[in-house]
Each structure stands twice: as structure tokens, then as C-alpha cells.
Design a binder for this molecule. Structure first.
Ligand SMILES: [Zn+2]
Length: 74
């Protein structure tokens, strides 16, 4: 379920307050796929700041804007 564009527009990165951009989550490698059937996030909200760049998971269409849950840029 995609996050509504109108919602993304009012959201900001909790770490640096930069705007966020919606993008599909990177595919999980088959070897790392969870055996219990729990799917990973279907998309991510990525901080648009080049200095920050944290990626926040979207679970069941709900953005999880927690720094502790964010994926650090590689
Ligand atoms: Zn940020």
C-alpha cells in the first residue's frame, strides 16, 4: 500500500527535518528472507538530505519515522 503523496509532503525527517521521498524498499536477498512469513517493509521514506539520507520503513502503509528504526545509508 503506497503512502499518500499528500502525507509525504507534510512529513519530515525526524533526525534533520529535511523532506522525505517515497521509494520502493530494496529487495530482500532470498537467503535472508524470513522463514516465518513476516514480510519486510514494502517501501521506504528516504531523507532527501545528502548529509543524513536515513531510510524509514513503511509497514502496512504506515511510515515508521523513528531514527532507531531507520536504515542507515550504505
Ligand atoms: Zn534526515
Amino acid at each position: 500500500m503506497p503512502v499518500e503523496a499528500s502525507l509525504i509532503e507534510i512529513l519530515a525527517c525526524p533526525a534533520c527535518h529535511a523532506p522525505l521521498a517515497d521509494r520502493p524498499a530494496p529487495a530482500t536477498p532470498a537467503a535472508d528472507a524470513p522463514a516465518d512469513g513476516v514480510a519486510g517493509p514494502e517501501s521506504e521514506l528516504v531523507c532527501t538530505s545528502g548529509d543524513c539520507g536515513l531510510a524509514y520503513p513503511v509497514r502496512d502503509g504506515i511510515p515508521v519515522l523513528l531514527v532507531d528504526e531507520a536504515r542507515r545509508p550504505a
